[in-house]
Ligand binder design. Structure first.
Ligand code: J2J
Length: 522
């Protein structure tokens, strides 16, 4: 495959010799006893043997379409059996799923298909009012495969054939492409190799104490790294436990599933944790099976983390992760203070951490600086993005996270802010530049600058400052949202608030000062 940046030979040798990289493949992740329950989703209850058989037949079905090792397939499915079977089938034949979120729309999906030169697009029929099939009609792919009512396309249920022996992937192949939160005009793809992602999920499962008795409730999109592999769905499968899929984190849907399936673990973003802390007061479901709530994706306030054990009756774990690789977890036996006040410490002894100032010099220990990292499961380059890679990595291969952190003597990190031009809206990442480019296409807009506004529930919301061509006729927020909808932009990227400006404040080097703009909001 072109467009990839491999690890240098010396590090490859080290990660193998020290046992971080094995020969295990993502397709072999179903390690539970054949008769045990692997997956609960909607009305489906599949044992390990049943899920394995489904995955094997779907793998043969994809192979029959001519899809195989080295191909890319854009997958955009909600939390369904179809997602799990499709993922397992593709990784078995060595075709890499490109994992889009259900919320993505034409601007994102078309771009992903083009960038990855995807052979196929796998989607649901609808998402509320939105019809994925209508979008699929215009996409540059050979095959459109639909879960549900496929209309003229191939039904996902028909991707089913007798398994045959076919050459599969090797551990250094890309197993899956994850989407980056993004800081640029266009989203970036993160290649995750079989061996680095297998290590990611196995080491995570160990740190989080996952066993065959784990019952893991999925409320975040299964396509997100956190829910998929930190330890996530794949970590549960490797440990032989049970995955329960929920359509969302809404207490109405999640609480009855926790009660019915006796769920022991769940991973959430802070707004869901806050909702649950409140919802237990008026719901009467029995949540006593919950042992661990993992919270990550955005900063979880120490005061709220402290409430979890009393209010929800389970342990809390902070997770500071990124699809690019590095994962930080508070440990199950960490002192309370560390669990509440830090975002955890690196998963792997081989994770290298550097905290640097604006000149790239290491800060004094304990001071705040930008987090740079390198390690056995952190990417060395985005897919087909040489110019962006030159900026996102140091010459010696450290990934510049754009996160501002402080390190405690224990190795735990505290996230203090962000340097990258991104809004973190309750865990959903929005590239300011990407949204600005869409806004600039609006006929009434002369210039646009997007900033985050602090919000008690979401952490941040999105505010777009606009310089309007005709100050007499400023567009309303609803017009802007409708405009973005017609451009096929995912709704989570829509601004929550509009402000008009006559001019933008500038930094000494002439860049728009987002800090000064945000300060205007008071
Ligand atoms: C502050 N900021 C955080 C935290 C992520 C597990 C958990 C999260 C992600 C994820 C993930 C944060 N406190 N606890 O992939 O496996 C912000 C940082 C980071 C960016 C990455 C996982 N946890 N963040 O959120 O790729 O800014 O991954 O660089 O979506 O989220 O975003 P993403």
């Amino acid at each position: 495959m072109d467009g990839l940046t491999p690890w240098p030979a010396d590090l490859e040798a080290r990660y193998k010799a020290e046992g971080y990289w094995s020969d295990r493949l993502l397709g072999g992740v179903l390690r539970g006893d054949p008769g045990r329950l692997a997956l609960v989703a909607g009305g489906d209850r599949l044992t390990y043997a049943g899920l394995d058989a489904r995955a094997a037949r779907a793998a043969a079905g994809f192979a029959r379409l001519g899809i195989g090792r080295g191909d890319r397939v854009v997958v955009q499915l909600p939390n369904t059996t179809g997602f799990i079977v499709t993922f397992l089938a593709l990784v078995r034949i060595g075709a890499a799923p490109v994992l889009a979120l259900p919320a993505h729309r034409e601007s994102e999906i078309r771009y992903l298909c083009e960038l990855s030169e995807a052979r196929a697009y796998v989607c649901a029929d609808r998402d509320g009012d939105f019809d994925y099939r209508a979008m699929a009609r215009t996409l540059p792919v050979d095959h459109v495969i639909v879960e549900g009512d496929a209309e003229e396309f191939t039904p996902l249920a028909s991707i089913d054939a007798d398994p045959v022996d076919a050459p599969g992937p090797v551990p250094s192949d890309v197993g899956v492409f994850l989407l980056s939160g993004g800081t640029t005009g266009l989203p970036k793809l993160i290649p995750r190799t079989h061996r680095d992602y297998v290590y990611n999920l196995e080491a995570s499962a160990e740190v989080c104490g996952f066993t065959r008795d784990t019952v893991y409730l999925v409320v975040l999109p299964a396509a997100h790294n956190f829910a998929l592999a930190c330890p996530g769905i794949l970590g549960v499968f490797a440990a032989g436990g049970t995955v329960v899929l929920a359509p969302s984190g809404s207490p109405d849907e999640a609480f009855p599933l926790i009660e019915r399936e006796r769920a022991t673990v769940c991973a959430v973003v802070p707004p869901i944790a806050l909702l649950w802390l409140d919802a237990v007061n008026w719901s009467d479901e029995d949540l006593s099976s919950l042992e661990l709530l993992q919270v990550g994706g955005a900063k979880f306030a120490a005061e709220r983390a402290a409430e979890v054990p009393d209010v929800l009756g389970c342990q809390v774990q902070q997770v500071f992760g990124m699809a690019e690789g590095l994962l930080n977890y508070t440990r199950l036996d960490d002192l309370r203070d560390l669990v509440e006040r830090t975002q955890g410490r690196p998963l792997s002894p081989a994770d290298e951490i550097r905290i640097v100032d604006e000149d790239g010099k290491k800060v004094v220990p304990g001071e705040v600086g930008e987090l740079l990292t390198r390690g056995p499961y952190t990417l060395r380059g985005y897919y087909r993005a040489p110019e962006h890679n030159a900026r996102s990595f140091t010459p010696d291969g450290f990934y510049r996270t754009g996160d501002l952190v402080r390190r405690l003597p224990s190795g735990h990190l505290v996230v203090e802010g962000r340097e990258k031009d991104q809004i973190n809206r309750g865990g959903d990442k929005i590239s300011a530049e990407e949204l600005e480019n869409h806004l600039l296409a609006h006929p009434a807009v002369h210039d646009a600058a997007v900033v985050g506004v602090p919000d008690p529930m979401m952490g941040e919301r999105t505010c777009a400052f606009l310089i309007i061509r005709d100050a007499e006729k400023p567009p309303a927020l609803a017009d802007i949202k409708e405009f973005l909808r017609t451009r096929g932009v995912a709704a989570y990227k829509f601004p929550d608030r509009l402000e008009t400006a006559d001019a933008f404040p500038r930094t000494p080097v002439g860049k728009i000062s987002k800090k000064a703009l945000a300060a205007r909001l008071g």
